[in-house]
Design a binder for this molecule. Structure first.
Ligand SMILES: Nc1ncnc2c1ncn2[C@@H]1O[C@H](COP(=O)(O)OP(=O)(O)O)[C@@H](O)[C@H]1O
Ligand SMILES: [Mg+2]
Length: 369
């Protein structure tokens, strides 16, 4: 019924193949998991979640399960096939084909990806399902440039969780780490108070923000979080104090360091230090603006309850559609003016030896209008 054509990706637990299905008369993806690598309970959880998400009216931006079977050794999940793979690999190609002086142009709208991702997440939440591992590797791209959220292996059918081991560190909300210490057996014996819970939907909102951040910069929001857990807090503290200054310092300045030429204006030097550009996010002020919206709505370190996907979408729509900043009709100078006025950036945490003294508002040599 299924003819394996090639292996797409091999992970710790499963291998994904492209296959032809005579049953469905289409290409499919087979996610094959050896039984010895997983527990029956966790496979059942993934199956149940996929069944719910795929039944009746499947969501167009969620990768549906078409079939499932098992034998003595393997579990096989038959999934809709997404021709262009995942967004992480897609951006890797864009990076490798672009250079700072000639960035690849990504001809998909970031706004569309954002909306589709939010729609998929809202749909799952409306069914009581949280994904808990939203990241570029789990966002698949179809040949039409649409996305499908995949890999529901860590999903939970609850808005609360006290499992502090779930997800991928770089994209995980701060509160999903916090129970680790309290949860240890020794601590629990000393302090028998119940383990804290986190809200799984709010944790998804953070991961959504961290994922979009990666799409924009090709880099994770917290790079050091990968290996050294203690440094998490230092970074989170800095981010929380002034998210914007943090982004400027960690993501903009390093790019300036390799590409900045004092003769050029700020816009073009930043532009030239990127390896790819989204077609609807062409200049760095649009990128800044999106980061500001994300840090206000999704990437809130404390007060997770104030994260809001609705207000994120509302502000994104406003920014793109109401010609506030992300509109090419505005000259760069007026975008900068608007930007500075609107956000009244706090410059305290920017060291004075940065390329732009005290984060001063840059002045362009030539205005395009
Ligand atoms: N339906 C699909 N179509 C195309 N590629 C897929 C599909 N499902 C998974 N993949 C590829 O396989 C990778 C691993 O699949 P995933 O479901 O995320 O499993 P894992 O639990 O190993 O992370 C994805 O990151 C993606 O590159
Ligand atoms: Mg995955």
């Amino acid at each position: 019924m299924y003819t394996k054509l090639r292996s797409i990706q091999s992970g710790t637990f499963s291998t994904v193949y492209k296959a032809w299905s005579t049953k469905h008369n289409r290409y499919v993806a087979l996610k094959i998991t050896p039984k010895y690598k997983t527990s029956e309970a966790s496979m059942k959880n993934e199956y149940d979640v996929m069944k719910m998400l795929s039944s009746c009216n499947p969501h167009p931006n969620i990768c549906s399960m078409l079939d499932f079977y098992t034998d003595d050794s393997y579990y096989v999940m038959v999934l809709e096939y997404c021709e262009c793979g995942d967004l992480y690999d897609f951006l890797d190609i864009a990076k490798s084909q672009g250079t700072p002086s000639s960035p690849s142009l990504i001809q998909i709208d970031m706004q569309k990806i954002i909306k589709q991702l939010c729609s998929a997440i809202s749909f799952a939440h409306s069914l009581g399902i949280a994904h808990r591992d939203i990241k570029p590797e789990n966002v698949l791209l179809t040949i039409n440039g649409d996305i499908k959220l995949a890999d529901w292996g860590h999903a939970i059918q609850s808005s609360k969780s006290n499992d502090f081991q779930i997800g991928t560190d770089n994209y995980r909300a701060p509160e999903t780490f916090s129970g680790r210490v309290n949860n240890s057996l020794i601590k629990r014996k000393l302090d028998p108070s119940p383990a804290p819970f986190y809200n799984t939907y709010q944790a998804d909102y953070w991961s959504l923000g961290a994922t979009i951040f990666y799409l924009v910069f090709g880099d994770c929001l917290f790079r050091v979080s990968k290996s050294k857990r203690n440094q998490h807090l230092k970074n989170f503290d800095e981010f929380e104090k002034d998210p914007f200054a943090f982004i400027y310092k960690k993501y903009v300045v390093p790019r300036l360091a390799c590409g900045y030429n004092a003769e050029e204006d700020l816009h073009s030097s930043l532009q030239h230090s990127r390896q790819y550009v989204w077609q609807d996010l062409p200049d760095i002020y649009d990128v800044f603006h999106l980061c500001k919206i994300m840090s206000d709505t999704l990437l809130r370190v404390s007060k997770a309850e104030e994260r809001s996907m609705d207000s994120f979408i509302e502000q994104v729509d406003f920014a793109w559609n109401k010609d506030l900043s992300m509109d090419s009709c505005f000259s760069y100078q007026s975008k900068i003016d608007l930007f500075w006025e609107q956000w009244s950036i706090n410059t305290e945490s920017i060291p004075s030896n940065f390329p732009f003294k005290n984060f001063e508002k840059p002045c362009l040599v030539q205005d395009s209008k």
